[in-house]
Design a protein around this ligand. Sequence first.
Ligand SMILES: C[S@@+](CC[C@H](N)C(=O)[O-])C[C@H]1O[C@@H](n2cnc3c(N)ncnc32)[C@H](O)[C@@H]1O
Length: 441
Amino acid sequence: MNYLREVRKQYENYPYPFRDPKDEKKRLLTTEDSFLEKINHYCYAGKQDFNNYRALVAGGGTGSAAIFLAEQLCRRKGSEVVYLDISKKSMEVAQKRAAIRDLDNITWVHGSLLELPELELGTFNYINCVGVLHHLEDHHAGLQALGSVLAEDGCMGIMVYGRNGRTPVYQMQELMRLVNEEEEDMQVKVENTKRLLADLPPSNFFKRSEKEWLSEVEQYGDIGIYDLFLHSHDHGFDVLELYDWVESCGFHLIEFIGSKFESKIGYEPQTFIRHPALLKTIAKLPRPKQQAIAELLSGLIQRHSFYCSRKTKTIARLDDPDDVPFFLNPVPLGIPEMIEKSPGRKISLMSPDQISLQFLPGKHSAAIFRHLDGRRSLKTIFNRVRKEGHGTKVSNSELLEDFRPTYDILSNIGWLLLRHHSVQAFTSAALLQERVGSLRL
Ligand SMILES: C[S@@+](CC[C@H](N)C(=O)[O-])C[C@H]1O[C@@H](n2cnc3c(N)ncnc32)[C@H](O)[C@@H]1O
């Protein structure tokens, strides 16, 4: 048996997260790592066309990532998704969802990711493994098993829990292990948890921050309670342990890509520290140590979501005039309009992480944004800016430098990305859902 018996039992009884297949008719759920445009920007310098592309969803659960990837890849030539999970019940939910969407580009495999070296599924260009590896007895063996089927230039989108940010949850798990020591019945364990949750003293460590967590319980009911408080194996990582683990398995951590305090800027000391001398001292440390400082300072990182691969320098950079800048849908809160309205003034905005940011747009930024439509390359945008300025002499490299501070801020929070102009534009999630709306179901 190549998995933990208790973990399988949990996910057969409580398929996680709860999903009602009927909801597929109404909406397409997106998962943060699986936007093709994001994978392209971070892992392929914007140059992947996703034709003949194979994605594995390892520990696919009730199917959200497999479905989102399959919806996107069914529009590319010869591409497919393989779903793998030890829980038959979860796989059945995912299969029902895919059937409603009429998706036929998913191969379904019931099995453990630890068996991947023997399963003969071929190699994969992308592996999604979200919320799974921290539930294995040996997370090194898990990541190595994924590596055994990853193409040489492939990449992975991984999420594991953050130890520091989940401190209150780990205290509750410890409490429930003590309370339920003699209890075998899973539902009685859930009921015991509810009894305690209803009456936690105000001093209790979890109680002090329960608002942050209870949405899980409200959304998923008993399934959420089991996953949060009663999991038999849940290993949280801090940033330094995370880097050690990823690197010891032969991978390079490309970037953190989470939301809610867990995007790149949530891992940067300058987001939380104002004192210039202290910042200067910290800036001399290696990047993982700087990120570990931010993690301990903010206390907000509950999950580490990141891309990794064997290659380095895979992130698209604002240097190639043939790149197309575009907003990851939907276009956020009137940024182009704000820049247009306040020439020469600092713009303040709130990142999706609720971190407040300020930047000073360059003097050509308003004109650049007027022509930025997600289809034009920087070269074309710059030509239009010059034309609009009645033959201004400003060069491509000057315009690039003028745009860079604005681009850096917006790309650091994952709003503005790049793709090479040779790559077909990506379809928005809203348009992907239109296909399902037009099916006769
Ligand atoms: C917390 S759920 C996450 C599901 C999904 N990745 C998501 O983000 O919605 C964890 C899933 O991992 C699966 N799992 C746990 N150990 C596994 C293993 N060794 N091989 C394959 N799947 C596994 C469980 O059955 C469960 O469906």
